[in-house]
Design a protein around this ligand. Structure first.
Ligand SMILES: Nc1nc2c(ncn2[C@@H]2O[C@H](COP(=O)(O)OP(=O)(O)O)[C@@H](O)[C@H]2O)c(=O)[nH]1
Ligand SMILES: [Mg+2]
Length: 356
């Protein structure tokens, strides 16, 4: 064991070892524990920092490489890079995974980011602010086992930023909320609690709320930011793809394009965590199959009558839970259809073995 004698030297301790690029990339014990010493030299770890149709940009301690596209990989994933056969690079187990139902008619799961420690859910103190949408993001984070923090930007432009802050802070005891000016000099200091070296943080939220402005503040980057339509506070899409940025002395930072629609699936546990107060009340209803409408002995309706539960919160819970079930069923159906189709193709191939 090496002893640290610095305290006996009288003068300041020598400079600490320079930070390695792996730490800057957000490398943690959780990933290190998955590999043995041999693997480190033959297949070094690299992190996916950008996803493009043509391939995945990956960065490691001493290498910048590209790996062929793969639908099962997303930004933030760690791979053991196989230089001879990049396609065979092995993905390390994920600490967290954020996914949503892709927007559009055909429902499928879209991976948004892996191995994020903190998600800053960004909204502004204006028409963008929407409790139901914030709850969606929070349920997503709880499910993904990522710590959510609500940031309300443009506090400098709003006369009543404190009122927005109070509404955001009331959503859950477990989710801190901050109001701030994303363009001010104190952003790094205000986010320091979560934006720590060796960790990974991500900004999620609509277009125009200040995600790239905040990324610039943390990562000293100069990403394009753009004006917002005055009338409805809607932003234009300036950021086109997700990208992870390294910082000199802070966390790895993920900037994302605005999400027009955040549809959830497989977030039952996240929804339960967020609405645990309502679920707790429901266990005290007289009837086990109580629909919390007009049944006698309903503890949920009693709480509404006693003004301890906001009825609009119950509505939002119902809507989110119903949507979750609907999306889960649609995706299960689509998978079953695809499976059926694959079987069909296999059967045809078998029946006509000589045809090419
Ligand atoms: N005054 C003020 N402007 C902001 C704030 N946050 C973002 N902006 C501006 O809002 C616009 C959109 O910001 P941007 O970072 O591109 O938003 P993004 O789409 O979420 O990445 C830019 O013109 C920013 O300068 C804020 O807290 N205060
Ligand atoms: Mg942006």
């Amino acid at each position: 064991m090496t002893r640290d004698y610095s305290q006996f030297l009288g003068t300041a301790a020598p400079n600490p070892a320079p930070r390695t690029r792996l730490t800057q990339l957000g490398w943690q014990g959780f990933f290190a524990s998955q590999l043995d010493a041999d693997a480190l030299s033959t297949t070094p770890p690299v992190r996916v920092t950008e996803v493009h149709r043509s391939g995945l940009v990956c960065i490691g301690e001493t290498l910048d490489v590209e790996v062929p596209p793969d639908d099962d990989l997303t930004v933030g994933d760690w791979l053991l890079y196989d230089a001879e056969h990049p396609k065979n690079s092995v993905r390390l187990a994920r600490k967290s995974l954020i996914q949503r139902v892709a927007a559009g008619r055909l429902k499928y799961l879209q991976l948004i980011a892996a191995n994020v420690d903190t998600v800053f859910i960004v909204t502004s103190a204006n028409a963008d602010f929407n409790i139901a949408r914030l709850e969606r993001y929070i349920a997503l984070c709880f499910e993904a086992e990522v710590e959510p923090v609500i940031l309300i930007t443009k506090s400098d432009l709003a006369a009543d930023a404190d009122a927005y802050l109070a509404r955001a802070a009331a959503i859950s005891d477990r989710v801190p909320a901050l109001a701030l000016n994303a363009k001010a000099d104190d952003v790094k200091a205000r986010l320091a609690n979560w934006a720590k070296p060796g960790r990974t943080v991500a900004f999620l939220g609509s277009s125009g709320v200040g995600k790239s402005t905040l990324t610039n503040a943390l990562a000293d980057t100069t990403l394009d930011t753009q004006g917002v339509r005055e009338d409805d506070a809607k932003g234009r899409h300036t950021t086109r793809h997700r990208q992870l940025y390294l910082t000199k002395d802070g966390p790895a930072v993920l900037d994302t394009p605005g999400m027009r629609e955040l549809q959830l699936t497989d977030v039952g546990a996240g929804i339960s965590e967020l609405f645990e107060d309502i679920e707790g009340l429901a266990t005290r209803c007289k009837f086990r199959d109580c629909a919390h409408e007009s049944e006698p002995g309903c503890a949920v309706q009693a709480a509404i009558a006693a003004d301890t539960l906001d009825p609009t919160r119950l509505d939002r819970f119902r809507k989110l839970a119903a949507e979750e079930i609907h999306n889960r069923e649609s995706i299960a159906e689509k998978r079953a259809r695809e499976k059926g189709f694959a079987k069909h193709v296999k059967r045809i191939a078998k029946e006509k073995p000589n045809r090419r």
